[in-house]
Design a binder for this molecule. Structure first.
Ligand SMILES: [Zn+2]
Length: 405
């Protein structure tokens, strides 16, 4: 059979199914492609960012599913700060772009060469999956470079330049996961948990970076500065790994209260303390008058970076992970803040493939010890209200915003 024959058979099967065979079980076609028993529509809506602050909901034909491809029916996708920045000003120069990289859904059709996910788990039509586009060959390479190279590079769906397929982001009805992408079967996790996988992987990576200093221990005193989604998940990751003396620092009482439910046992509102000495004293007060052994800086504020050193003891450690975009310069005193303290400082950037797999276990552990992780999702919008979703993220009301189909 030639490739053209195969394509025509698949098209015929898809047409037959669209003609009223909804509800059938998945079946294998003559070509070996496996398609869903549910009716596949001919088109998919895609929220295309066509100019700053302008989404157009466009319809594109669902393309042929190649032998190594997976067509996923999108169930939901979180809105990330990166999406909000791209929405506002296109700093990555990607417009027109189908955004949405914190997505999940179920397999609607897959090519005959697809049988297992990136961890070796079998894949079937109907399975719930997530995908992140990281170099597949080396699980320890961080997704570090949005290099405008399409599938095959260290890129991520939802931040790819537009191409002839168009189904490149999760703010859509369907996404086409191309051959060579990382994909994971996450059947055991709820939709809300699956939407949180991507941001949680950022914290799994940050804590791995922190552990590389050799300073972070079970009984460490740890400051988590910033109680937005990243800081809150940071507290939860630390708690699930057995760290119990965690103090959250933020300016919003509601977020600090939530940080305590997410595993922090101390909370300091920086707005209640005038000057860095008073603030540092308040943080020490939560540790019985001692400075922190380790701190995670989870705000995008240069002042936050300047302040965090004052919370850390001599010989302590710092993980800076708040600056996913350029937030400007921060002033520190290298003598007092780093040299005289012999501080160990690590930066953390996105995650590796290995961290992504670890995240699924973290989510199960967090649930088992009763951390209210899924309460992070405070707002849900349908695809046609994607503008409202992005504006809600930008307004900083609530915590995590999701687009849910
Ligand atoms: Zn993100």
């Amino acid at each position: 059979m030639t490739q053209d024959d195969i394509e025509s058979v698949v098209r015929k099967v898809l047409e037959e199914m669209a003609g009223g065979s909804a509800g059938r079980v998945p079946e294998e076609t003559a070509s070996g492609k496996i398609v869903t028993g549910k009716t596949l529509p001919g088109k998919s809506r895609v929220a295309m960012l066509t100019a700053p602050e302008r989404f157009d909901i466009r319809e594109y034909p669902i393309p042929a599913v190649g032998d190594g491809d997976i067509l996923v029916r999108v169930e939901g996708c979180g809105v990330c700060g990166t999406d909000a920045h791209e929405f506002k000003k296109d700093p990555f120069g990607l417009i027109p772009v189908a955004l949405g990289h914190e997505g999940t859904g179920e397999i609607a059709a897959m090519g005959r060469n697809v049988s297992r996910d990136s961890a070796g788990t079998p894949l079937r039509v109907g399975d719930k999956v997530v995908s992140c586009m990281i170099f597949k060959d080396d699980p320890d390479i961080t997704m570090f470079d949005l290099n405008r190279q399409n599938v095959g590079g260290a890129d991520v769906y939802g931040l790819l330049p537009d191409d002839g397929v168009h189904l490149n982001g999760w703010f859509a009805d369907y996404i086409l996961i191309r051959e060579g992408s990382t994909v994971f079967n996450v059947n055991g996790l709820s939709l809300d948990e699956r939407i949180l996988i991507e941001p949680c992987a950022v914290l799994i990576h940050a804590v791995e970076r922190a552990k590389s200093t050799g300073i972070l221990r079970f009984n460490s005193r740890v400051v988590v500065q910033g109680a937005g989604p990243i800081g809150l998940i940071c507290a939860a990751v630390l708690r699930t790994m057995g760290v119990e003396r965690i103090t959250a620092v933020d300016g919003e009482p509601g977020r600090l209260a939530f940080a305590k439910r997410m595993g922090a046992d101390g909370a300091v509102n920086f707005k209640e303390h005038k000057g860095i000495e008073a603030l540092a004293a308040a943080v020490e007060g939560t540790f019985g008058g001692k400075q922190a052994d380790f701190a995670f800086q989870c705000t995008g504020s240069p002042a936050g970076h300047s302040n965090v050193y004052k919370f850390i003891r001599k010989g302590g450690g710092l993980c800076e992970l708040g600056f996913f975009i350029n937030g400007g310069d921060a002033v520190i005193n290298p003598h007092f803040d780093i040299c005289a303290k012999e501080l160990t400082v690590v930066g953390s950037w996105v995650y590796t493939l290995r961290d992504y797999a670890t995240t699924f276990d973290f989510l199960r552990r967090a649930k088992a010890i009763g951390l209210p992780l899924t309460e992070l999702i405070t707002h849900r919008f349908p695809l046609e209200r994607i503008d409202d979703a992005l504006r809600t993220n930008l307004s900083m009301e609530g915590l995590k915003v999701a687009v849910v189909n």
